[in-house]
Design a binder for this molecule. Structure first.
Ligand code: QAP
Ligand code: CO
Length: 171
């Protein structure tokens, strides 16, 4: 089932998400809906809060070298913790909750992620490149943070102006 994605400036996006305690059928169905919703919107990552569900769940599906998204590359991440963040990189990010806007953001280059899969089993992932950036972007959602919150004052101002203009033109 495709669910509606909430978009900025919806205040729900600022909510801190809570740990998952029940790895049950309800969670599995929600994860399936997240995937369907993300793919149908041309996303590579999605956090549960973007579907108005404040739980510490995110999914990622990083495209391969040809730019294809394969379901085998889907990673379901629950209750994540970042270890050993190292290095710095800049990447032009976007977000399904901030449609049509892209801006450079600084992230750690590599990290180790500890998390649970949909069955509650502990997993460890070493992430670099786009995967590492996507993990950090999605974990920020769990803290109620958006990539636009990381912009300089000047760039944030520019964003607010452009975004409001785009919203008006859509109506
Ligand atoms: C987060 O973002 C991310 O504005 C996932 O019109 C961003 O999937 C991870 C999207 C950058 C790593 C690097 C955005 C689709 C998708 C839009 C997305 C849009 C259509 C964003
Ligand atoms: Co996002």
């Amino acid at each position: 089932m495709i669910l509606p994605i909430i978009t900025y400036p919806n205040k729900q996006l600022k909510v801190r998400s809570s740990e998952v305690t029940h790895f049950d059928e309800l969670l599995h169905r929600f994860l399936d809906d997240m995937y369907e919703t993300m793919i149908s919107s041309n996303g590579i990552g999605l956090a549960a809060i973007q579907l108005a569900n404040p739980i510490r769940v995110l999914i990622l599906c990083i495209p391969d070298e040809e730019g294809n998204q394969n379901k085998e590359d889907l990673i379901e991440i629950i209750n994540p913790i970042i270890h050993n963040p190292q290095g710095k990189v800049m990447y032009q990010e976007g977000c399904l909750s901030v449609p049509g806007f892209y801006e450079d953001v600084e992230r750690f280059e590599t990290l180790i992620l500890h998390y649970k899969n949909r069955y509650g089993e502990p997993c460890i992932l070493e992430a670099n490149e786009l995967l590492s950036i996507a993990v950090q972007h999605e974990i920020d959602h769990l803290e109620g943070k958006l990539f636009i919150d990381k912009l300089t004052y000047h760039r944030r101002k520019k964003f607010e102006k452009e975004y409001k203009k785009a919203l008006k033109e859509k109506k």
